[in-house]
Design a protein around this ligand. Structure first.
Ligand SMILES: [Fe+2]
Ligand SMILES: [Fe+2]
Length: 500
């Protein structure tokens, strides 16, 4: 196991390792700066109990050394965790920098809210929430633990006397409050929802603050109403800051969040609007594929919103020449009738690369652009290949000239897209859409793609392919169900029977 992890580690170049280490040292200095800065701010006349800045270093120099040692240890553990435990999600130096920045920002917000407003008003869940949306839940739980520990460390070393004046247990309860509020927030506010719902859940994340106030610090919430109000609103502060800061991080670190994905699937999004106007047939196809892809992603535990969004954009390349694609032809003449099969194949093949270019040009995320390029893999266009063979009276035709350019799907979501896309188009042209026929067709599509090794670059399993097949069959038999023939009713006959 250890060997395996070290092997992964070696895949980084020396330059990357040097970059990771410099990020670590830089952030260690920033964090130490925040702690020293908070000691300095506490020293400038907050209250008589606080030692001033020079007094602190004269009398508590030894404690300061402890503070730095603990800080180095916490930062080192954080760094090791980010490097070894989360390689799937954290691939670049900027991801590590982003996480350190989230931790530092949360610490600063906690300090200023606690120092200048009320110690119970701190937005302790902020770091966890930002990490949840920008990376994943696992990292969010870890960041919550780290920010709780660092806030506690700051309380102990820089705010000790103040905390003691509030209550003898205040210091320790801050650790419990930070941890529980953060974890509750990470599990409650987990996706896109109406803002009011997010705020409502923000209020619930304040519950641990009130519980600790009563149980650990034995505070009378009526006589100390200001603490109760501050504690009850701390969750809302965390949510407000989270909503305000998230777009900044999305832009700064080019991250794709659920909020951004939801914006991109609105019909008013610029490219979607263009598709509705210029290629309505492709738009309808994309809507059905998006429902299939979303269900499949949910069924195998992948990002459902990303799958949905990628499906909306997967055929965006067809905007260049929409009339060359069946779904946009309706009753008009098929322009391929006037072209050689090779030219037709070139036009159809280009929609994958054109989609990539157009999506990048509109500033959409790389994940979506990649799916445009990969959704047909290196599959052959059998219709044009067969037509070319016919032209040559069954003679030799280079099949390579009739294949998509690839690459093959690199992720599970790209593989889902490949199957859902082909499945929707094939089932649409099927006359008998009974469950058995649809099931057989989807199975055939998957088998063909497996034989042509389309899934070899993504780590999808046989079990997941079976789940995808079943999900698509369930969905498509629901969409294209055959009409039930109702027996004809003769009202006159019924009336006559009743009269007898
Ligand atoms: Fe396509
Ligand atoms: Fe498609």
């Amino acid at each position: 196991m250890v060997k395996q992890k070290l092997k992964k580690y070696r895949r980084w170049s020396k330059k990357q390792i040097a970059e990771f280490l410099s990020i670590f040292v830089l952030n260690l200095l920033v964090m130490a700066g925040i702690l020293v800065g908070s000691i300095f701010l506490n020293g400038i006349g907050y209250n008589a109990v606080e030692p001033d800045f020079t007094e602190y270093f004269a009398t508590m120099g030894g404690q300061f050394a402890y503070l730095i040692i603990i800080l180095v240890l916490i930062m080192a553990v954080t760094f090791v965790y980010l490097i070894f435990e989360n390689r799937g999600k954290i691939r670049e130096v900027r991801d590590v920098e982003m996480l350190f920045l989230i931790i530092e920002l949360t610490l600063l917000c906690n300090y200023f809210a606690g120092r200048y407003i009320n110690i119970y008003f701190r937005p302790l869940a902020l770091g966890g929430l930002l990490t949840l949306l920008l990376i994943n839940r696992r990292s969010a739980v870890f960041v919550t633990i780290v920010t709780s520990l660092l806030t506690f460390l700051m309380d102990v070393f820089t705010n000790a006397n103040y905390a003691a004046t509030v209550s003898p247990n205040a210091q320790y309860s801050s650790l419990v409050i930070g941890f529980s509020t953060g974890i509750i927030a990470v599990y409650l506010i987990d996706g896109v929802g109406a803002r009011i719902k997010v705020f409502g859940r923000g209020v619930i994340t304040s519950v641990p603050v009130l519980v600790c106030l009563v149980l650990l610090e034995q505070t009378n919430l009526i006589s100390h109403w200001e603490r109760a109000v501050a504690g009850a609103s701390s969750g809302i502060l965390a949510v407000v800051l989270f909503m305000a800061i998230l777009p900044l991080f999305e832009w700064l670190f080019k991250k794709l969040t659920n909020y951004r994905l939801a914006e991109l699937t609105e019909h008013s999004a610029p490219l979607i609007r263009r598709m509705i106007e210029e290629a309505p047939g492709t738009f309808n196809h994309s809507i059905v594929v998006s429902n299939l892809a979303e269900s499949c992603a949910t069924a195998i535990g992948e990002d459902a919103l990303l799958a949905r969004c990628a499906a909306y954009y997967h055929d965006m390349g067809k905007l260049r020449q929409p009339e060359f694609f069946k779904e946009n032809q309706q009753d008009s003449r098929n322009p391929h009738n006037d072209l050689t099969p090779e030219l037709s194949a070139n036009i159809v093949r280009a929609h994958a690369k054109d989609g990539y270019d157009i999506v990048k040009k509109y500033g959409l995320p790389q994940e979506i652009a990649d799916i445009c390029l990969q959704h047909h893999g290196t599959m052959p266009m059998m219709f044009f290949y067969a037509k070319a063979k016919q032209f040559k009276d069954g003679g030799d035709v280079d099949v390579e000239k009739y294949c998509y350019a690839g690459p093959k799907p690199q992720t599970k979501i790209a593989a889902i897209m490949m199957i859902a896309d082909a499945g929707e188009a094939a089932v649409r042209s099927l006359k008998d859409r009974s469950r058995e026929k649809v099931d057989a067709l989807i199975q055939k599509l998957i088998n063909e793609r497996m034989q042509l090794r389309q899934f070899e670059d993504c780590d999808i399993t046989m079990k997941e392919l079976t789940i995808i097949r079943n999900t698509i069959v369930n969905n498509l038999t629901g969409v294209y169900h055959s009409r039930i023939e109702y027996p004809k009713v003769n009202l006159e006959e019924i009336k006559a029977e009743e009269a007898e």
